[in-house]
Design a binder for this molecule. Structure first.
Ligand code: ADP
Length: 261
């Protein structure tokens, strides 16, 4: 319910009573919630058929009797479906995080191992672009964190390092475990980000001028979500970059016990 009240006065300006208006706002609140749920459930419902389309396209590409032209078309269809899945996943995340509901499932996990896994799963994409991936991940870095969310951040940084790199360039991933914090650097030899754009890089839907002009498809959502995840852990995500030389994205996570927010 929402209530407003006002005192009434007689013709001489003396108080002579009051009016209280009580309004049932259940319907309005339900409408707001329904809108939020719609965005979340539409993106959620789109994921299942899309995943199936991608699976079948991948199988079709490998069929033996295809002409090279058909194979090329199936390849393009598969790539675009992958992009759409990425977009839908980002939107789903944004819709469900809008009210600050991004929560962590904290457990003791080795972020060095998570970094290794992330590097491995980006291997094929890096290879296709002729990129060399170098890692400097020596010892375990066990901290209290949400392994699923940290993987999400690392996957995002690595996929950007592939997307915004130059052909034949490289990606370096290093994990540096100190007593109080673990630092993970993802460095690329790509297009870089101008100083003006660096200020907005972590804003939702922001894409740097170079990205908008290129044919690299993206939503501008990944880095915003990633920084939120870093902050929820009590950590940070930052960038240093030089246009035409490359960028380093640094994820720093505290070693101290961190309970779910
Ligand atoms: P997306 O890649 O989907 O556009 P992100 O939120 O991951 O969204 O990144 C936002 C923008 O930051 C990108 O559009 C691009 O302009 C820039 N960016 C991100 N990572 C890099 C990188 N490694 N090198 C250069 N620019 C980058």
């Amino acid at each position: 319910y929402s209530a407003t009240s006002r005192q009434t006065r007689n013709i001489d300006g003396e108080p002579d009573g009051g009016v209280v208006v009580v309004r049932d706002v259940t319907v309005e609140l339900e409408a707001v919630r329904a809108r939020e749920n719609l965005a979340a459930s539409v993106s959620h419902e789109l994921r299942t058929p899309l995943t199936s389309i991608i699976g079948f396209l991948e199988l079709a590409v490998d069929a033996p009797e295809l002409t090279s032209e058909t194979r090329r078309m199936l390849d393009i269809a598969a790539r675009n479906s992958e992009r759409m899945l990425g977009l839908v996943t980002d939107l789903l995340q944004t819709a469900s995080d809008k009210d600050g509901s991004l929560t962590l499932a904290i457990s003791s996990c080795d972020v060095a191992e998570l970094a290794r896994q992330a590097v491995e799963s980006s291997g094929l994409a890096a290879e296709q672009r002729g990129l060399t991936v170098v890692t400097s991940i020596d010892r375990p870095a066990v901290i209290n964190a949400d392994p699923f969310r940290i993987r999400q951040v690392l996957d995002n940084l690595l996929s950007n390092a592939v997307k915004y790199n130059r052909t034949g360039g490289s990606i370096t991933v290093s994990v540096d475990a100190a007593d109080d914090a673990v630092r993970i650097d993802v460095t690329d030899t790509g297009v870089g980000v101008s100083e003006a754009d660096q200020a907005h890089l972590f804003d939702r839907f922001f894409r740097a001028g170079s990205a908008r002009r290129s044919d690299v498809v993206g939503t501008g959502l990944g880095l915003g979500i990633s920084r939120d995840i870093a902050k929820l852990h009590g950590g940070s995500l930052s960038v240093t970059s030089e246009v035409g030389v490359g960028s380093t994205f640094s994820l720093v996570l505290p070693v101290t016990t961190q309970e779910a927010a």
